[in-house]
Design a binder for this molecule. Structure first.
Ligand SMILES: *Cc1c(COP(=O)(O)O)cnc(C)c1O
Length: 474
């Protein structure tokens, strides 16, 4: 076959492809229209290739394999077009709460609750006792208050939304006094100064990057001041010659001046993490006890729940926050509420937290257990990869992530893969190795460090699934 014309003529009709044994069942599963679109697009592609002189196609047409190949490739394209791009991955990066990897895995209790409310109508905003309109926060407010000691609570989409809503409600067109050392950027464009601007508040920075004193706050307070704010410096730590003002002092000052004291905790934990061998992080209850009027924190950082922002504090302030029209735009849906309610319930049984909340299980996982896991998976790795890489077990440090305790690293164990490439080619070999792991059916993500691919095993859940995939590596 040497002319384009003949190749064009040999292309199948859309109808013939759709009726073929290769695509018939896909038409049944995904619908005639959807498969037809893909067949059309692929025929168009074939025409372009032929016009551009692609010999491969012409040859396969003259050999007579074109039709089968075409249908099989089209079938794969149909399947690919229906498989979502949001997929599970195995997080061996060493960062436990990884924002780009979706943060916390939910406990089974939350998953069951999600299923229940997702598939049925619910009394989300309907009071079954009175038969009147209800409040969606009512399904969770009581237990949040019980567990934190707060007077009232409300839930929004994430902590960024919580901060925005609190500032917009309590300091609209007014000043918010905050230390220069706390003007944080959390990442993904959440910067405290920008949030202030979006909330229509005036930012009044006090002190210096490393040192802020109570007198700085005192001097900054004027007739326009509405809030004294403290932001947890989640993802960095200022060390050396430093001073910051305690929550107690700020609370006292705000009372004297009749202002609100707002604390953005960021991660916000409900329990003392030191019981799991982790460094202490200020809890929500402690912050309220120190005199904060309003505290905001995330649902999916150290709490281990779904993405949400939780606002707790004084009843009258929370009431004001709830009546802000912005709340309507930032409120959570029934699925988030159901999942979060289950997580909060689990906190009522503090002794089983590390068994039932996957995030806390990961954080509290003893290094001895991770080491045993490393020793179990090592032989399979060496077996499968010995031609390409040297595999060893090494000590490493996991990070909590998402801003929590930035400098406190948890002792862990890693599988370390070093490519056996000749000099000058090792970087390319390393990049290819990382890519090969990312292309597995369940992508495996590690971190590249010092010419090696490091898999911190702290968050490895399903060992056999992890190992069985290795045979898919090229
Ligand atoms: C993470 C964080 C936020 C943002 O919380 P999201 O839940 O990601 O919206 C705000 N403030 C601080 C201090 C944080 O650490």
């Amino acid at each position: 076959m040497n002319s384009h014309k003949e190749a064009f003529k040999a292309l199948p009709s859309v109808d013939k492809a759709l009726k073929s044994q290769y695509l018939k069942s896909l038409v049944k599963d995904y619908g005639h229209e959807a498969v037809k679109q893909v067949v059309r697009a692929r025929l168009e592609l074939a025409r372009t290739s032929i016009a551009e002189g692609d010999k491969g196609i012409s040859q396969s047409i003259s050999r007579g394999d074109f039709f089968v190949d075409f249908c099989n490739e089209t079938a794969l394209a149909v399947l690919a077009s229906f498989s979502g791009t949001l997929v599970p991955v195995i997080n061996l990066t060493g960062t436990v709460v990884h924002t780009n990897l979706g943060r916390a895995r939910l406990p089974m209790e939350s998953v069951a609750a999600i299923r229940k409310v997702a598939t049925q109508t619910t009394n989300l905003e309907f009071d079954l006792a009175t038969g009147k309109r209800g409040d969606r926060d009512s399904h969770i407010e009581k237990s949040v208050c019980e567990i934190t000691g707060a007077e009232a609570a409300t839930i929004v989409n994430n902590n960024a939304a919580a901060v925005l809503l609190v500032l917009n409600t309590l300091a609209l067109n007014k000043e918010v006094v905050i230390s220069r050392g706390e003007l944080v950027e959390i990442g993904g464009a959440f910067r405290i100064p920008d949030v202030m601007a979006s909330a229509n508040c005036k930012l009044k920075e006090v002190g210096t990057t490393n040192r802020t004193h109570l007198r700085d706050y005192q001097a900054a307070i004027g007739s326009d001041t509405a809030i004294l704010m403290k932001v947890h410096t989640s993802n960095y730590e200022i060390r050396g010659f430093t001073n910051s003002v305690s929550e107690e002092s700020l609370s006292q000052l705000s009372k004297e001046k009749e202002l609100c004291f707002v604390s953005d905790l960021g991660s916000g934990t409900l329990v003392d993490l030191s019981q799991f061998g982790l460094p202490h992080e200020p809890t929500v209850t402690e912050t309220l006890d120190f005199g904060a009027d309003v505290v905001t924190f995330s649902g999916d950082k150290l709490l281990g729940g779904p993405q949400a922002g939780i606002i707790v504090g004084k009843k009258e302030l929370i009431q004001k926050i709830k009546s802000n029209p912005l709340k309507r735009a930032l409120r959570v849906d029934k699925i988030t509420l159901a999942a979060l309610a289950e997580v909060i319930n689990l906190y009522r049984d503090p002794h089983r937290l590390t068994k039932r909340i996957p995030l806390l299980a990961d954080l509290a996982r003893p290094v001895s257990e991770i080491n045993l896991l490393a020793e179990r998976v090592l032989p399979t790795f060496q077996d499968k990869l010995s031609a390409r890489v040297a595999v060893t077990i090494e000590d490493c440090k996991s990070q909590i992530g998402s801003g929590a305790l930035p400098l406190d690293l948890l002792a862990s164990k890693a599988l370390v893969l070093k490519p056996l490439a000749e000099k000058g080619k090792s970087d390319a070999a390393l990049q290819k190795l990382a890519r090969d792991f990312r292309r597995l059916p369940i992508p495996v993500l590690g971190r590249i460090n010092d010419g090696r691919l490091v898999f911190d095993l702290r968050c490895l859940e399903d060992e056999s699934q992890f190992l069985s995939q290795l045979s898919d590596l090229p």
